[in-house]
Design a protein around this ligand. Structure first.
Ligand code: NAP
Length: 336
């Protein structure tokens, strides 16, 4: 397993990160996965054996169960790995158990440390933007957590370009910790990130951590044009289908992924993940799995490398809509 630097930091993480959103199953998370501790232990063990040293969770996944189970599954290996978690979502019924206020971040961090059974979080990420809390309040609180040794690096997720750039400017202005990573929805059926956020991350030295790299399972090859959705999968449940993408275009992409996968003795899922590993700015792709078979398939992604010509074919087939001002900026770039 290749290692890559986590953004501009001196820490190395595996190019595949294992996301643990399928652990637990409490509340509305049931359709994503209901893995019990024994199953979680198996998957974490497989990931470690394959050379993964990077794990992602969040305080809200299965209402805290995912963090608890990850902490238990890692056990004594915790010191050898990089653990990423998140704060922002609702964690209780009272008015302040949500958001990016000083109050909620401090409470949230202590609760996450306890559930994970650790003294520090390697990468503490804002799960998304909070338009009510001033960014200075949020960033000062994160800075305090780093100074206290409870958090080592900070990152964000699901931010718009202006929000991320404003946060980086505030960090610079006041000498506060700055985000080292952006965790974002980025895959072959969702390349909108390339308009604004990928260039921003390249310019500012942030590592990109794509989430839902298989579009929730769609890009695994088990969903085919004109065929019924396989039962028991996340995407067969209409309530769990919140990811936005054009399915018709997606089916053409799956056909191409199958051709490319076969050329390398690989699978559709491996080809979809392999593509992301070749994209500029990507630091580590956050893979998800509900079964050992799925994880074994996804882990084999690193056994082969997609060619530049294959990447170009997929780039062309999956081109995102050209939005203003990006097409205008592209014209300006060519006329320089
Ligand atoms: N920051 C955020 O807002 C955010 C949002 C979402 C996820 N994440 C992070 O990203 C991680 C990955 O997200 P994700 O689970 O949505 O990733 P994904 O790779 O898009 O989807 C994973 C799901 O696809 C199916 N699958 C995976 N590999 C397969 C294979 N080889 N063959 C057939 N089916 C396969 C499984 O679901 P079924 O068996 O049900 O089909 C699996 O649970 C999460 O664990 C979490 O850490 C972050």
């Amino acid at each position: 397993m290749n290692m890559r630097f986590l953004g501009n930091t001196g820490i190395k993480v595996s190019e595949l990160c294992f996301g643990t959103m399928t652990f637990g199953g409490r509340g509305t998370w049931k359709t994503v996965g209901e893995l019990e501790q024994k199953e979680a232990d198996t998957l974490v063990g497989m990931a470690l054996d394959a050379g993964i040293n990077f794990f992602d969770t969040a305080d809200i996944y299965s209402e805290g169960q995912s963090e608890e189970m990850l902490g238990k599954a890692l056990g004594s290996k915790r010191k050898d790995v990089i653990v990423a978690t998140k704060v922002r979502g609702r964690t209780g019924p009272t008015p302040n158990e949500i958001g990016l206020s000083r109050h909620h971040i401090l409470e949230g961090c202590h609760a996450s440390l306890k559930r994970l059974g650790t003294d520090y979080i390697d990468l503490y990420q804002l799960h998304s933007f909070d338009d009510r809390t001033p960014l200075d309040e949020t960033l000062r609180t994160l800075d305090d957590l780093v100074r206290d040794g409870k958090v080592r690096y900070i990152g964000c997720s699901n931010f718009a370009g202006w929000q991320l750039m404003k946060a980086l400017a505030i960090s610079e202005l006041y000498g506060l910790e700055r985000f080292v990573t952006l965790q974002a929805y980025y895959c072959l059926v969702a390349r909108e990130l390339e308009n604004e956020l990928v260039p921003l991350c390249l310019d500012q030295g942030l590592g990109i951590l794509p989430w839902s790299p298989l579009a929730g399972g769609f890009l695994s090859g088990k969903f085919r044009r004109g065929q019924p959705r396989p039962e028991g999968t996340r995407l067969s449940d209409p309530n769990a289908r919140f990811l936005q993408f054009d399915e018709e275009k997606g089916f053409d992409i799956v056909d191409e992924l199958e051709r490319i996968g076969e050329a390398h003795n690989g699978t559709v899922a491996q080809a979809a993940l392999n593509y992301l590993l070749r994209k500029p700015g990507v630091c580590s792709v956050i893979i998800g799995a509900r079964t050992p078979e799925q994880l074994a398939d996804n882990l084999k992604t690193v056994n082969w490398v997609m060619t530049q010509e294959e990447v170009a074919r997929l780039d062309e087939l999956s081109k995102p809509p050209r939005l203003y001002p990006y097409w205008m900026l592209e014209m300006a770039r060519q006329n320089r």
